[in-house]
Design a protein around this ligand. Structure first.
Ligand SMILES: C[S@@+](CC[C@H](N)C(=O)[O-])C[C@H]1O[C@@H](n2cnc3c(N)ncnc32)[C@H](O)[C@@H]1O
Length: 249
C-alpha cells in the first residue's frame, strides 16, 4: 500500500529546484516512504497519517478540494475536521472567521453530516472582496460574486449562515450565543482579537478553537496579540506542527 501523501506546496522558498532536489534526496534516503508526508512546509515520515485511512474524511475532502493549495493543506483541514467532530458532542453552533470560498467548512459539513442536525447552525463570515484600502491580503477568488458563490455552496444546508462584512462588526448581523467549535483564519491580528472579544466567552466548555495562522512566522503578529489576551483568561494555545494553534475551552 502506498500510504503516503506527497504535495509540492511549500511557502517561502528562494531556490525552488534546489529545495525539491533536497526533498527528493531525503525521500530516496528513507528505508521506506510509507508514512511520508510532504507539503505545507512539513516533511515527515514513518507516520500513521491517520486522516488517509479515515474514509469519511477522505471522501469529503476529495469531493471539494480543487486547487494545489487546498490539496497541500490536507493535514490542516483534517485538524479542523477533527475539532468540528468534537463539537458535535457539545451543545452549540459552529463558527468560521473567515471562510473565503467555504471549502474547509464544506468538507466539515460532509464529514460531520451537519445537515442532519438542523438545530445547530454553522456561522461563516468573510469580506469576500478585497480592495487596496482593506488590511487583509488579496486572494485569487475575492470579488463581487464570491459571496453568492459561497451561499450557493451551502444552499442545500439551511443551517449554514453566511454573512458578508468585516469581523467583528459583521457579528451585529448574525452571531451565535453558544459555540461548540470555532475556526479563526483571518490572517489579521486586530480582526482575530476583535472576534475573540465577542465570541470567546460564548464557547462552551470542551469546545475547541483552531487558530489557522498561529504558528506561522509570517503571521506572528497574531500569536503575539493572542498569547497575552488568552493568558489573561487562563488559557494557553498549543502550537501544532501544521502551523495551526489549538485551544480547548
Ligand atoms: C486564508 S482565508 C480563509 C480560508 C478559509 N478559512 C478556508 O479554510 O478555506 C482568509 C480570509 O479572511 C478574510 N478576512 C480578513 N480579514 C477579515 C475581516 N476583518 N472580516 C472578515 N473577513 C476577513 C479574507 O477575506 C480571506 O478570505
Amino acid at each position: 500500500m502506498k500510504h503516503q501523501y506527497l504535495s509540492s506546496l511549500f511557502f517561502g522558498l528562494s531556490d525552488v529546484p534546489k529545495f525539491f532536489a533536497g526533498i527528493n534526496q531525503a525521500l530516496a534516503s528513507l528505508k521506506s516512504t510509507t508514512g511520508a508526508f510532504t507539503g505545507d512546509n512539513l516533511f515527515t515520515y514513518s507516520r500513521n497519517l491517520s486522516f488517509l485511512t479515515d474514509d469519511e474524511f477522505m471522501s469529503a475532502y476529495k469531493a471539494h478540494v480543487t486547487t494545489d493549495v487546498e490539496k497541500g493543506i490536507i493535514w490542516r483541514i483534517a485538524v479542523v475536521a477533527w475539532a468540528a467532530r468534537n463539537g458535535m458532542r457539545l451543545q452549540g453552533d459552529f463558527v468560521e472567521c473567515a471562510c473565503y470560498k467555504g471549502i474547509t467548512a464544506r468538507i466539515v459539513c460532509d464529514y460531520v453530516n451537519f445537515g442532519a442536525d438542523p438545530d445547530r447552525n454553522y456561522y461563516l463570515y468573510d469580506l469576500f472582496e478585497h480592495d487596496a484600502s482593506m488590511p487583509h491580503h488579496n486572494m485569487p477568488e475575492h470579488g463581487k460574486t464570491l459571496f453568492d458563490e459561497v451561499k450557493g455552496r451551502f444552499a442545500h444546508l439551511p443551517n449554514v449562515v453566511v454573512t458578508q462584512g468585516r469581523v467583528p462588526d459583521s457579528f451585529a448581523q448574525a452571531a451565535p450565543d453558544r459555540i461548540a467549535f470555532m475556526h479563526l483564519d483571518l490572517n489579521n491580528a486586530d480582526a482575530e482579537i476583535g472576534a475573540l472579544e465577542v465570541l470567546f466567552d460564548r464557547m462552551v466548555p470542551g469546545a475547541i478553537m483552531v487558530l489557522d495562522d498561529y504558528g506561522w512566522l509570517g503571521y506572528r503578529a497574531q500569536k503575539l496579540a493572542e498569547d497575552p489576551w488568552l493568558e489573561k483568561r487562563g488559557y494557553r494555545v498549543l502550537e501544532l506542527p501544521t502551523g495551526q494553534g489549538l485551544l480547548v475551552k
